[in-house]
Design a protein around this ligand. Structure first.
Ligand code: SF4
Ligand code: SF4
Length: 253
């Protein structure tokens, strides 16, 4: 099943529980095939970037430079990364081809989850995230006219979303911390550290292991070995680093 990321209009959102079924299918057989990979407005999470740069076999810095644009949230000062469309009026995704998505196994989370949207809120009592889903019904998407039915839960499983959502929730935690502990625009240093640790993981590793980023807080040999060898450990470390060093949560990594 091929899935594409359209450009959601909030108007077409229909709340759906995980157990509710809906008709949807997307494949080369639909006449709108690839239509939603144009007019790109595609945000990338840190985990999306990690998966895409590994799919392409390049470093995070090279990936960011070639395939993305960086924006700064006007009120938050937070760096935001979007996919850079191909040149031309159609603003096509850099990964769309006539036969579909060239990075399909590692496509971004928002491409995977369509036609669902996920809204996350934090429970004040338990501190846990609660998630809610909605269908994004867009008139141009003929996927809704297909006969295949599935529940929202089945859709999430079929698109292998659980690992993406779990890793994206780390990022949501960071955004929540920012809102709570550091309201207002970030200063330049904080922006740089946020971008480095969350989006540019290969440069972050280099800064820690070779450029003395944490020289004032030496890491144990065991932790250094782990950060060198295990990219997901480094990814989690980057989120802790931002929580602590940028937003002041607890004392240090
Ligand atoms: S990453 Fe793939 S599925 Fe997502 S917009 Fe680009 S071509 Fe389409
Ligand atoms: S069916 Fe919908 S998701 Fe699939 S290519 Fe067409 S517009 Fe995109």
């Amino acid at each position: 099943m091929q899935q594409r990321q359209p450009h959601p209009s909030r108007d077409g959102l229909i709340p759906v529980s995980e157990k509710e079924s809906f008709a949807f299918d997307c494949s080369r057989a639909v006449s709108c095939f690839n239509a939603c990979c144009r007019n790109l407005n595609q945000f990338l999470t840190p985990y999306d970037i990690l998966q895409l740069k590994n799919h392409l076999g390049i470093g995070s810095g090279e990936f960011l430079e070639i395939y993305t644009s960086r924006h700064i949230g006007p009120e938050t000062g937070l760096p935001v990364i979007t996919l850079q469309p191909k040149p031309g009026a159609e603003r096509e995704c850099p990964f769309v081809t006539t036969s579909g998505c060239a990075v399909y196994p590692n496509r971004p989370s928002s491409c995977r989850i369509y036609p669902l949207a996920r809204v996350v809120s934090r429970c004040r009592r338990t501190g846990r995230f609660a998630e809610h889903f909605a269908l994004i019904r867009e008139p141009h998407c003929l996927g809704f006219q297909q006969n295949t039915r599935q529940t929202a839960r089945q859709w999430l499983q079929s698109q292998q979303l659980h690992v993406y959502l779990e890793q994206n929730d780390r990022f949501l935690e960071i955004i929540g911390l920012k809102n709570r502990l550091a309201p207002g625009p970030l200063d330049l240093r904080s922006r740089h550290l946020f971008h480095l640790a969350l989006y540019d993981i290969d440069a972050f590793r280099d800064h820690i292991l070779c450029k003395g980023l944490l020289a004032d807080r030496p890491l144990s040999a065991e932790i250094i070995k782990r950060l060198e060898a295990d990219e997901m450990a480094l990814f989690a470390f980057g989120h802790r680093f931002v929580a602590q060093q940028v937003f002041g949560k607890d004392r240090g990594p």
